[in-house]
Design a protein around this ligand. Sequence first.
Ligand SMILES: *Cc1c(COP(=O)(O)O)cnc(C)c1O
Length: 364
Amino acid sequence: MQPTSQGVTTPMITSTAFRYPDEDGQVVYPRYFNVSTQQAVACKIAQLEHGSHGLVLGSGMGAITAILLGLLERGDHAVFHSGIYGGARSFATGRLASYGIEHSLARGTQLASFQECISPNTKLIFFESPTNPLLHVLDIQQIATFARERSILTVLDNTFATPINQNPLDLGIDIVVHSGTKYLNGHSDVNCGAVVTDQACMNRILSCAIDLGATLDVRGCYLLERGLKTLALRIERQNHNAATLAEWLSRHPRVRQVNYPGLTNHPAHTLAANQMTGFGGMLSFELDTDEQTAKLMLAKLRIATQAVSLGGVETLVCLPKETSHAKISAAERHREGISDTLVRVSVGIEDIADLQSDFGHALA
Ligand SMILES: *Cc1c(COP(=O)(O)O)cnc(C)c1O
């Protein structure tokens, strides 16, 4: 219950000008991320991620850039996993050098590929698990322990798993980041991001975020907080729908391979079962056809929509070649194992029988 209004929803405080100093002696301003509407939702996300300090921003990339520029300085080195979100990878490979920050790309899913990249000035490791779009699973605790022994900070993008299925801070990660645009909001109608970490890291990230200015407007905060109220319910359903669809697809004669950490034949199924409490709503699969036929199949879907983005209540499908990995060269894409006929599915909350018949019809 909100003390100011006695309402069950947080008041949307639309003012950008506030009398100062407030009761705590602070100057309140939206770009300082300290309007109570912003803080209420940041606090909820921190609790969901089992962290002490939360911050919501205007996009996932706003959050990622504030973390990297807030924690890294000229002369530092950072390691990025090659399977991270394309925007984060492009910021790392294309922009960090101009700030005097070095980087390496760790390829492969094992700790060894990170170990190989470490140098004496390495300050940060950034990765995702499960990865997009191949759903590779990395050993979060092992990487976190390795980094902590060397005083290297770890950042995990937990967008795909959500805090319902995976809590990286409990596994030793220092900073969790989300594209809140995806599952946290869940309704494909807000662009936002979130960071959860401890006080020391948050101070550095917040001061950078204030300079960068990726504020989330209170109307966005309201929609994000509203989406959070059904997060657990949505994820429960999406876990179930994705697992059922993955099983079904893996028995379909036109499907060569299904990538889903919940399948017992996933190479890291046991690891996923240890570090996740649910396997998530994202899957991808390889069709036993050429690219033209794959495109035709997607066009035939009537419930699932061919669209970019993910994590909403509606099922979305895409060819990563044309969307998330469109800017990466064909050679690099193939090196990563992303073929031209790989289909990614963000499974929604629809009736699973309807979804299966939709895919059945399109595959036929
Ligand atoms: C979408 C996405 C991002 C970027 O988030 P925006 O809200 O679009 O800025 C970062 N990481 C992952 C895993 C994503 O899927």
